[in-house]
Design a protein around this ligand. Structure first.
Ligand SMILES: Cc1cc2nc3c(=O)[nH]c(=O)nc-3n(C[C@H](O)[C@H](O)[C@H](O)COP(=O)(O)OP(=O)(O)OC[C@H]3O[C@@H](n4cnc5c(N)ncnc54)[C@H](O)[C@@H]3O)c2cc1C
Length: 458
């Protein structure tokens, strides 16, 4: 990074908001993937004005800028592959307003998702998006990735809760979209355009988020199946019976064995699959729903169904699901985490295809995820030091994407495209889709300084 640019940055922010040492910069060279890229400088703006001035400087000097929240992303979005500026938003972390009358919150982008949830639950409200990383990921990162989570089945994803945004454009202008009203059809829906744009179109500096009343009660069940097919069929049948669970999570045999090996909590290691099912809402309705869920699972061959009697038992049932990411890496050091998603009725077929792909390429694959909304997470476990195995991984990943497409699904349900899936984007959106997206990008970012190399691969 040119000394002149660093000096200019010192005119925008204080000394302690700028990191230039290599060791410090290395900390910001990673996210939750295998991608790496060391930024030339790391900055921590505290105000929208500082973000705008930093972007104006970068645009003038044509320096790449990579916005960053907590760096938990699973598609390489925040990794500064072309060097430049890592723009870390974690110091803009204030909850500015919780409005119980209008059911909304106004927050800065660096607020940690769980912190917002806890704050609004204290006043009887609910912010449903719940990515597995919620203890560390930020609202800005969630908006940029349009993050989902187990509760997306019933409550939708981040974009369903974003009413308005303040965004700094790549040329350093401040754009305000949407607002505090639930209904708003004025002009193009720029709030939706920005949500899920993965830090390629603007930097989110403030968000107005929709809240809902907190559900009165929650019931949780764990069902064990001899085969993954049985579990996948139960997923489809629960919906057919008119139940909309809050979450419907699946763990396959490989995942179960890894978790048991990691936690020693007595999971059935000979089972083909486990479903974790949660329903919430008005107490009598919830009691009835969990009875139907149990019945469906038993009819479809569940060898055991356990319903949590209270919060402690519920927490115990969730412990297994929460430990999955840590547990599966005990098998092999490299985890290639995918999130190809299919319409929910095609989950059984997708699971069969995934198992066949793992067998064809002789790879270890753990399948788990939000099966209720068709969002599976096939995780291939390999060793990046073995080039022959990594070549098979690449072929398997491509086949996995094609399987999702053939089943009318999508490349990514929630992790985004980033740099990991950029080469595959044309597969789904086609030439016209790519041209339209490139046109939008060029209109907002004529010098291609914001997150270059991400999503559109250029
Ligand atoms: C264990 C684990 C579990 C996970 N579970 C889920 C899950 O259930 N559901 C899910 O959807 N994801 C999940 N993720 C992925 C990840 O946590 C989410 O994508 C999350 O939204 C990233 O937030 P972050 O603050 O870490 O963002 P980062 O990783 O720092 O950045 C992600 C992207 O957002 C951009 N960005 C960040 N802040 C801003 C901003 N203010 N303005 C503009 N762009 C910005 C970055 O440039 C980058 O492209 C999981 C990750 C891990 C490690």
């Amino acid at each position: 990074m040119k000394q002149e640019v660093i000096s200019r940055m010192h005119q925008i922010m204080n000394k302690e908001q700028i990191l230039t040492n290599l060791e410090d910069r290395m900390t910001y060279a990673y996210d939750g993937t295998m991608q790496t890229g060391v930024p030339g400088v790391v900055v921590f703006p505290r105000t929208t004005r500082q973000v705008a001035e930093a972007l104006r400087l970068a645009n003038r000097e044509k320096i790449p800028v990579y916005p960053r929240g907590a760096g938990t992303g699973l598609s390489g979005g925040s990794v500064p592959e072309q060097g430049g500026i890592a723009l870390v938003l974690t110091d803009m972390n204030r909850i500015l307003e919780v409005d119980t009358g209008n059911l909304l919150a106004v927050v800065e982008p660096g607020v940690v998702t769980e912190a917002l949830q806890q704050e609004v639950e204290r006043v009887g409200l609910f912010y449903p998006p719940d990515p597995g990383s919620l203890k560390s990921c930020t609202i800005g990162g969630n908006i940029a990735e349009n993050a989902g989570g187990p509760r997306a089945l019933k409550y939708g994803v981040t974009r369903d809760y974003v009413l308005g945004l303040e965004v700094v454009t790549p040329t350093g202008e401040i754009l305000r979209t949407g607002g505090k009203t639930v209904k708003n059809v004025t002009g193009y829906d720029l709030t939706r355009l920005m949500t899920g744009s993965e830090g390629t179109l603007g930097v989110v500096t403030r968000a107005v988020l929709r809240l809902i009343p907190r559900p009165q009660d929650v019931r949780t069940a764990m069902a064990v199946f001899a085969t993954v097919d049985g579990a996948a069929e139960a997923v489809a049948e629960v919906s057919r019976r008119g139940i909309l669970p809050t979450t419907l999570e699946l763990m396959d045999d490989v995942t179960i064995r890894c978790v048991e090996n990691y936690l020693h909590m007595g999971l059935p290691v000979d089972a083909g699959a486990i479903l974790l099912i949660e329903v919430d809402g008005f107490r009598p309705a919830v009691d009835e729903a969990i009875i139907t869920v149990e019945k469906v699972c038993r009819e479809l061959g569940a060898t055991g169904v356990e319903v949590a009697a209270g919060p402690a038992e519920r927490e115990e049932l969730w412990r297994a699901r929460r430990a999955v990411s840590a547990a599966i890496v005990q098998l092999k050091p490299t985890k290639i985490s995918e999130d190809a998603t299919v319409p929910r009725s095609r989950v059984p077929e997708m699971v069969r295809r995934l198992k066949a792909i793992a067998q064809k390429y002789d790879l270890t694959m753990a399948i788990f995820g939000h099966a209720g909304d068709g969002n599976l997470h096939p995780n291939i476990l390999a060793d990046r030091r073995d080039p022959e195995e990594m070549a098979r991984v690449e072929l398997a990943v491509e086949e996995l994407f094609r399987a999702a497409m053939e089943l009318e699904g999508t490349l990514s349900g929630e992790h985004g495209i980033g740099s990991m899936k950029a080469p595959y984007l044309p597969l789904e959106v086609g030439e016209t889709g790519m041209r339209v997206m490139r046109g939008i990008k060029a209109a907002l970012d004529p010098n291609n300084i914001l997150s270059p190399g991400k999503m559109l691969w250029g």
